[in-house]
Design a protein around this ligand. Structure first.
Ligand code: CO8
Length: 285
């Protein structure tokens, strides 16, 4: 059995700018400091592979801190979140830690406030999922804006098997992503959802061979990071609003953001560059 990890030990690694993936197939982005870096892209890694990257309170705190610092840095245009090792993105909340919790303790510590800090960042986020994304791990992936999944990824909300229900958004985000009937079946039985099924039902944006998941997520992030930042931010805001607003209000919100972008230099530059048949240079203004 793994020894409990001291709570002051780092559980999250941040690389910004992220190293480019090694050129050979399946290479991980681990080459030396002289290697190419991806402009505007951050790579955040949950680093507890011995317990399949289980999410204890210290890990979530460190993740929230890392996401907020990157979000506050205008040079960071896209964040990729992944799990260390090949077996898991994250196998859920840390059951060893949770086993000792009480209702009063959870209420008093408002345990999920730190999870909300992760979902609230405005910089686009991509979960690169290899292996298990269960319980809190599935909820964390769904809190990201996009999920790139390996063909060996396994999603699921198995909480019912522990006598609880999802608490970090699983009943809400999974239902919105794959529909009520499927979410009911998965959450009430704790059945796992293999990657191929997750793709068919729209939970993941892209499915790739397992060794390609990080390169594919970093490539997607690099392409997003190269776009005009204010337009990207407005698009994320408008798409997020689609989950919360009635259609009429969502359309009105989208229209306002559309009009607002005509007050940016990037809109002038983007359209001028198109007409002059040259690449645009974005200012983020
Ligand atoms: N928490 C703590 N430790 C874990 C977790 C976890 N969620 N998952 C795996 N581990 C540990 C195992 O205990 C084991 O450690 P050790 O070597 O010390 O025994 C190590 O990781 C390797 O795991 P296994 O030996 O079990 O590996 P297998 O390949 O046999 O099985 C599974 C892999 C199927 C993923 C299995 O580990 C498993 O079922 N894990 C638990 C999955 C689960 O139930 N997740 C949901 C947890 S509840 C939740 O997420 C609610 C979140 C709410 C947020 C918190 C608010 C308080």
């Amino acid at each position: 059995m793994t020894e409990p990890q001291p709570s002051d030990q780092p559980r999250v690694r941040v690389a910004f700018p992220a190293p480019a993936p090694a050129p050979e197939p399946g290479g991980r982005p681990e080459q030396g400091p002289e290697g190419r870096r991806l402009d505007g892209v951050a790579l955040v890694t949950i680093d507890r592979p011995r317990v399949l990257n289980a999410l204890d309170a210290a890990t979530i705190d460190q993740l929230a801190g890392a996401f907020e610092s990157l979000d506050a840095d205008p040079a960071c245009r896209c964040i990729v979140l992944t799990g260390a090792g090949e077996r898991a993105f994250a196998a859920g909340g840390d059951i060893r830690e949770m086993a000792e919790e009480s209702a009063a303790g959870l209420l008093a510590s408002d345990r999920f406030a730190r999870w909300e800090r992760i979902a609230r960042v405005r910089t686009p986020t991509i979960a690169a999922v290899r292996g298990y994304a269960l319980g809190g791990g599935c909820e964390l992936a769904m809190a990201c804006d996009m999920i790139v999944a390996a063909d060996d990824a396994v999603f699921g909300q198995p909480e019912v098997r522990l006598g609880i229900i999802p608490g970090a958004g699983g009943t809400q985000r999974l239902t919105r992503a794959i529909g009520k009937a499927r979410a009911m079946e998965l959450i009430l039985t704790g059945r796992n959802l293999p990657a191929a099924e997750a793709e068919v039902h729209g939970l993941v944006s892209r499915l790739v061979p397992s060794e390609q998941v990080l390169p594919a997520a970093l490539d997607l992030a690099e392409r997003i990071a190269a776009m005009p930042p204010l337009a990207v931010e407005a698009a994320v805001e408008a798409i997020d609003a689609a989950e919360e607003l009635p259609l009429r209000e969502g359309l009105a919100f989208e229209r306002r953001l559309f009009y607002l972008l005509f007050a940016t230099e990037d809109q002038k530059e983007g359209m001028r560059a198109f007409l002059e048949k040259r690449p645009a240079t974005w200012q983020g203004r």
